[in-house]
Design a protein. Structure first.
Length: 295
């Protein structure tokens, strides 16, 4: 938590306070919401925090050290704020949350009480209850490289370095047919080899599912159409005519890195690790035992 502002402390010391709380929720697609439990709208941080959403928070658990701060937010589902369809589509999954304690009579007197992300969301009776996880929750994730043959980098990240937004690896097309929000068919994907987009990403650019992404399982040609199948259906309505972007996939093999992406120098695996059967190979009878190839 930030250092307590002297002006806010002076206000608390008066014994008669005008305090409230405010929350900012920023989704992964860049859309930002502002809420407050005050009965009037508040303006600070370059945005408006609205009072008519019914959002409130339970007690915040904070501690010193590296334990995870956590709380829960409760609010009403409405067309003006957080909608049922947006929750279904997963648009609030992992959204960043910032919570302030402030003096509504002078919003300059405020302090950040919580910063983290939305975890599990539960819904009941026209309302939602969202778990809020503090920033230290990120420390629970394993980090570091793994000694293995496949590459551990994510295609396009700083370790990989491949420009996945270039026209070589990305295509934007109109959907011809959609089946169960999971199978997408296109009439023209010429210039891209079969299976080029397997293990890649589909991003919806228009329509009711705009800005949603999903992992691609299969890319093949069937009945004259290019067919893209996702691992899981999109959780929003998508229809023929919507525009999607397809990004090439990587199977993490050294051969793919070298031939498909011309990126062998950035390969983040260990392709020369001996396979398990080498543990049982009899000693070599070759005259040269200099550590070179056994073949």
């Amino acid at each position: 938590m930030s250092a307590f502002p002297e002006t806010l402390q002076a206000h608390l010391d008066t014994g008669v306070t005008t305090l409230c709380r405010a929350w900012k929720i920023e989704r992964s697609d860049g859309i930002v919401y502002g809420f407050t439990d005050h009965d009037l709208a508040l303006d600070f941080e370059g945005m408006t925090f609205k009072p008519d959403t019914g959002l409130s928070a339970l007690a915040l658990q904070q501690s010193t050290g590296l334990s995870v701060d956590n709380t829960e937010a409760i609010g009403a589902i409405s067309d003006a704020a957080i909608t049922d369809s947006d929750i279904d589509a997963g648009r609030f999954d992992g959204a960043e949350v910032t919570s302030w304690l402030l003096n509504w009579a002078d919003t300059r007197q405020r302090i950040v009480q919580f910063r983290g992300n939305i975890g599990e969301i539960r819904r009941t009776g026209g309302a939602f209850q969202a778990e809020l996880r503090g920033l230290t929750d990120m420390l629970n994730r394993p980090v570091g490289r793994v000694y293995q043959r496949p590459c551990v980098a994510v295609l396009g990240d700083s370790a990989c370095g491949v420009a996945v937004q270039s026209a070589i690896y990305r295509a934007e097309r109109s959907v011809v047919q959609v089946e169960n929000a999971r199978v997408f068919r296109f009439s023209d994907l010429s210039g891209f080899d079969s299976a080029w987009f397997e293990r890649g990403v589909l991003t919806v650019l228009s329509g009711g599912a705009a800005n949603l992404t999903a992992a691609i399982k299969v890319d093949r040609t069937r009945n004259g159409l290019r067919e893209i199948t996702l691992w899981e259906p999109l959780r929003a309505n998508i229809v023929a005519g919507d525009i999607v972007a397809l990004t090439a996939g990587c199977d993490k093999r050294f051969e793919t890195c070298r031939l498909k992406f011309s990126n062998a120098l950035n390969y983040r695996g260990f392709p020369d690790i001996p396979e398990e059967e080498w543990m049982m190979v009899h000693p070599s009878k070759a005259p040269a035992l200099d550590g070179g190839s056994r073949r």
